[in-house]
Design a protein around this ligand. Structure first.
Ligand code: PGA
Length: 239
């Protein structure tokens, strides 16, 4: 069954979380949720499979405002997102920072979703393949990923995130192939996800992409009714 990863970003308020946790209880085994860190405890204590949206680059020393991989692990967190384009752009996270985060996650045995994706300009210039290749090679080409880490590569074109636009199924499938080729050549085991404006309306169409292992979902993940519809579609797709 295709995997569902929910990246809530900064979209939920405290007062909405309680209802959300209750609404999705029946479906909680169908997805992994990445809430704002301040809500992690509420999901963990209700038995959800929880990831963290970001970890600190380094664990040594005092770091005001940061959450280290080992702190996350000690709270019951299972995975972390690394390389999300919003952080690459807004927090200026470059390959060196991302490599450090990989090593922190690996040391704390956190599973990893590594995000890659091209800008609209690169998409229009047909640079997608070379761009994705660099984002893979500059980071996962430079770390040793142990077999006990569950790695996912999420293809998230920057122009598709939160825009309502998505590449065609053919385009997604071509990028998935490219990522799979890279992984095979380098003897790395990972699932490939697609992210960028996935919602309850386009999920059935996206589920037709055979070589894809799942989805990383942002905006829609803040609405329990949409998450339920997405889960139902994924479940029905295997019947
Ligand atoms: P979106 O975000 O589903 O709102 O486009 C996806 C993501 O950024 O992970």
């Amino acid at each position: 069954m295709k995997r569902i990863m929910l990246n809530q970003k900064s979209g939920m308020s405290y007062s909405d979380i309680k209802t959300y946790v209750t609404d999705l209880k029946v479906y909680q085994n169908r997805f992994q949720i990445f809430p704002s860190s301040i809500y992690i405890e509420q999901f963990v204590s209700s038995g959800y499979n929880v990831g963290i949206q970001n970890i600190a680059e380094l664990s040594a020393g005092n770091q005001t405002g940061e959450i280290t991989a080992s702190q996350a692990k000690s709270c019951g967190v299972k995975s972390t997102i690394i390389g999300h384009s919003e952080r690459r752009i807004n927090q200026k996270e470059d390959s060196n920072i991302l490599i450090n985060k990989f090593n922190e996650a690996i040391n704390s045995k956190l599973n990893i979703i590594y995000c890659v994706g091209e800008s609209l300009v690169d998409y229009k210039l047909k640079n997608t393949s070379s761009y994705i290749y660099s984002e893979l090679n500059d980071v996962i080409g430079k770390v040793k990923i142990p077999k006990n880490i569950d790695l996912c590569i999420a293809y998230e074109p920057i122009w598709a995130i939160g825009s309502g636009l998505t590449p065609t199924n053919y385009e997604i499938s071509e990028v998935t192939k490219l990522i799979d080729d890279y992984l095979n050549k380098n003897n790395i085991k990972a699932d490939v996800l697609y992210g960028g404006s996935v919602n309850e309306k386009n999920i059935d169409e996206l589920l037709k992409i055979e070589n894809l292992d799942g989805f990383l979902i942002g905006g829609a993940s803040n609405h329990s009714d949409k998450v339920i519809k997405i889960c139902e579609s994924v479940i029905n797709s295997t019947k």
